[in-house]
Design a protein around this ligand. Structure first.
Ligand code: OXD
Ligand code: MN
Length: 587
């Protein structure tokens, strides 16, 4: 093991190798030559298809097992010593029992295969935010994705040095037995295991496993926060860039907001939007009393279907080079890719995500609804100049949001930090026809962290409240809802780039530059406070977007009280106090 002199690392890797019994061990140094060799190997063994070298240079298509196409929340575990610490929203198993189970699966699972050692850094190597991990994997697909999504290679080993302070991760695709699939976080051991899966969200351990589940635990111990949030810089015509973070459940347009294009009128006046991150934010109080954020990732693992030159041209631009597509369709006309919603006219001939010939007359979708692109952040046309700033960016506003047809107004501002924590804790989205099951059912997803919080959800809310005490000049917290509908079920607000109108107001509020009126929920803009020029929304319609239906909100308050019950007496008293204020305001 010439790549490191780290005795802890060497011992651990030897132990894993003795159990998994790979034929070979290869260290990932992050060099272009090594990456190219692995790509060639993946093409030769059939796990990747090289795409059109002119139109999509260094891009590849991969198809997963049809039973292995998404994150599996039902098989995701937080294994801490006490079940109580994992809380009611996580699956738990006693750590030694889980270790026994995992060891049984890993025993000999890498026979005939190579074990890759991926040293990776979440955030820029050497940054005050940076945390390091090693993922041991028998999948070239994982290696080639991890080198896009993180900073990986020898520099990380050099930064770890002889320290034991790194996250130990093991992944084996084993035989993809879905009954034996486990995604396991051991927060007290700083360890992650993913077995019997080869799907991104389960096995690219830097992402949800480390940067959210393990990191939320680290943040709690070390006074920082790991959040499921985008980071966006908004540049105004004066050239000032102000930053917002935003947490949204899936299917609420997070990547679109992260890569927002200002409406034409705004562009003409000099407004610009800069993407710092589309999925995860690590936040720390700065010496200046503000909250600072980095995106710990280095790429985008985006949902492909629906991404088009109309909905998100920046995301599409990101995929033009060095991208791995997973479970999209192969456009056989020119050896490129296609998915539903990419173009109005589908290709005449394609190969679907299951590898079958496909035409527009085929009854099934060409791409899997959760098909993905893994794209390097360097390709992003609106990538912030601060993307690699090791100290991060100062956050002025935090947005929480969800998909609510009638209840939540377009935007409201919380009264203070603790009230903002309450607003985050009650976040919810209504199910859409896109997901299976009933439509319009409210699913609570506090801070969009339901599947990602690595400990008891109510302790996590307490951590938010405690953090508020450490930030002298905290961001203002807002709730947004782009999805209010009229009586015919049509969206009232245009959304997409026009969401900048709401961000302009929110950011102006943070700097004392805009008005608002107090309402039952907090503060909402007067119609004149938001620039509606060119939005197609008149002031009367806008009034409708920010009205609060007291009957609906009384039901909502009852529902919140019921929701809190499952968390028992751990729910911070501050949140109950906020619920009482809400109930009083509605009475
Ligand atoms: C994601 C998710 O893939 O939140 O980012 O599910
Ligand atoms: Mn996400």
């Amino acid at each position: 093991m010439n790549n490191t002199t780290n005795k802890h690392m060497q011992k651990w890797i030897s132990e894993v190798a003795a159990l998994a019994k790979p034929d070979d061990i290869v260290w990932i140094d992050g060099s272009a030559e090594q990456i190219e060799r692995l790509r060639q190997q993946a093409v030769a063994d059939g796990s990747m298809i090289r795409l059109n070298e002119e139109k999509l240079p260094n891009c590849f298509l991969h198809r997963t097992d049809p039973n292995d196409v998404a994150r599996v929340e039902g098989r995701t575990f937080i294994c801490c010593a006490n079940e109580e610490d994992a809380g009611p929203t996580n699956h738990w198993m006693e750590p030694s029992e889980m270790h026994r189970k995992l060891d049984g699966i890993i025993d000999g699972a890498m026979r005939g295969r190579t074990m890759y050692v991926i040293p990776y850094s979440m955030s820029v190597v050497g940054s005050p935010f940076a945390k390091y991990g090693i993922e041991l994997t028998d999948s070239t697909y994982v290696v080639l994705n991890m080198v896009i999504m993180t900073r990986a290679g020898q520099a990380v080993l050099d930064a770890i040095g002889d320290s034991e302070d790194f996250i130990k991760g093991i992944h084996t695709q084993a035989n993809l037995d879905k009954e034996q699939k486990y995604i396991v976080q051991f927060p007290e051991e700083n360890a992650i295991y993913s077995v019997n899966s080869n799907y991104g969200g389960n096995v690219l351990q830097g992402k949800k496993c480390f940067a959210l589940r393990i990191a939320s635990n680290l943040g709690r111990e070390e006074n920082w926060m790991a959040e499921h949030m985008l980071i966006l810089g908004i540049e105004n015509p004066r050239g000032e860039v102000r930053y917002v973070c935003g947490a949204f459940p899936s299917a609420c347009g997070k990547t679109n907001l992260a890569m927002l294009i200002p409406p034409e009128g705004y562009r003409k006046n000099g407004w610009k939007a800069w993407c710092v991150g589309d999925d995860i934010a690590w936040l720390r109080p700065g010496k200046d009393g503000r909250l600072w954020a980095v995106n710990p990732e280095n790429g985008f693992f985006g949902v492909a279907p629906g991404t088009s030159m109309k909905s998100n041209p920046n995301a599409l631009e990101c995929t033009r080079e060095g991208t791995i597509f997973t479970n999209v369709a192969l456009n056989t006309e020119d050896n490129t890719v296609w998915w539903e919603g990419m173009t109005k006219t589908p290709p005449e001939h394609a190969i679907d995500w299951l590898g079958r010939p496909w035409t527009p007359d085929s009854p099934d979708k060409a791409a899997h609804p959760n098909s993905r692109f893994t794209a390097p952040a360097r390709n992003c046309p609106c990538r912030s100049t601060e993307f690699d700033n090791p100290n991060g960016v100062p956050i002025s506003a935090i947005l929480f949001g969800g998909r609510r047809a009638k209840t939540a107004p377009l935007v409201y501002q919380s009264r203070d930090w603790n009230h903002g924590v309450f607003v985050g804790s009650i976040m919810a989205s209504e199910t859409t026809a896109a997901a299976s099951g009933a439509v319009g059912v409210v699913r609570r997803d506090p801070m969009a962290m339901l599947p990602f919080c690595g400990y008891h959800m109510a302790d996590y809310w307490q951590h938010w409240i405690d953090m508020g005490k450490l930030i002298k000049n905290p961001p203002k917290i807002f709730n947004v809802n782009w999805f209010r509908t009229d009586d015919e079920g049509h969206f009232i607000w245009p959304g997409f780039g026009d969401n900048l109108r709401v961000l302009e107001w929110a950011l102006a509020r943070c700097f004392g530059e805009a008005g608002a009126r107090e309402c039952e929920l907090g503060y909402v803009p007067y119609p004149g406070d938001i620039n509606l020029d060119g939005s197609g929304v008149d002031e009367k319609t806008f009034e409708g977007l920010i009205t609060i239906d007291r009957d609906l909100w009384r039901k909502e308050a009852d529902d919140i009280r019921e929701y809190y019950k499952q968390f028992g007496d751990k729910v911070p008293a501050e949140l109950f106090a906020m619920l009482e204020v809400l109930e009083k305001n509605l009475s």
